[in-house]
Design a protein around this ligand. Sequence first.
Ligand code: BV8
Ligand code: ZN
Length: 244
Amino acid sequence: MSDIETVAEILSRSKRTAVLTGAGISAESGIPTFRGLGGLWNGRDPMSLATPEAFASDPATVWEFYRFRRDLVARSEPNPGHFALAELGRRYSSNFTLITQNVDRLHQRAGSVDVLELHGNLFDVRCTGCRQTFDRDGVELPPLPRCDDCGALLRPAVVWFGESLPQDVWQRAERAVEQADALLVVGTSALVYPAAGLVLTAAEHGCPVIEINLETTALSQFVDHALLGKSGEILPQLLASLPA
Ligand code: BV8
Ligand code: ZN
């Protein structure tokens, strides 16, 4: 286990920093983690709902799941961990890439810009007919929302299990990690691929990997420095230890 000063030293020397976040960074905002949604939502495993098959067979229930999460996130606020990463991004400016698996947009609400959303977001919707994407942030959606243009069913603009990630976003994330000289991995169980593979990519390129998590994870063996604890506490401490 490392300490904050060691990690701050690595970050202060880094010329190109990449960060990969997961649901854990939003936990202190009151948003249950993906595997921590009590593990169940209305008795259903979120994993069984976040699939094209579930949407095809029971769109109303899948939409109920996503409306529940949209409402929860809309009532939540970014926490000090999100704000610390936004400040880190401002200090590193062009040589800082924030990659997230999260769909809650709390990074953007905390001030982070150019966030690479590997799994989409809860606020855009996509038409299953004409494929257009619409911003429905702040909009109360009906049980089965339909496209104003073609009348087909709208779906959440998230990447479901079994669906491929947006190619342009994925390629930018891969390139950022390949070129990084420090990778910060925050609040992810590192079980979902290809996102978790970014950590292996960094390790293969000899990039120091720093993990911030409450516990060890599937990828802790590839990590050079582990800071165990809450990201909402550790990230501000890390920021405070960096030269201003
Ligand atoms: C793909 C959007 C192929 C939706 C998400 C069989 C069939 C099909 C595919 C597969 C298969 N087997 C494997 C796969 C691949 C599959 C996969 O990886 N499955 C896993 C479960 C084994 N991946 C896919 O399907 C991907 N697509 O492979 O496509 C393909 C290729 C070409 C053409 C066609 C297809 C798509 C994956 C994307 C799925 N969508 N989200 C939605 O959100 O509803 S993933 C979902 O899990 C969330 O986005 C979440 O971010 C993500 C990962 O979870 P974590 O973020 O890590 O969250 P988790 O709860 O797990 O962990 C939280 C962590 O935080 C814990 O470690 C905890 O200790 C820590 N923590 C908690 N509190 C704090 C904290 N840390 C610090 N501070 C705290 N306070
Ligand atoms: Zn349409």
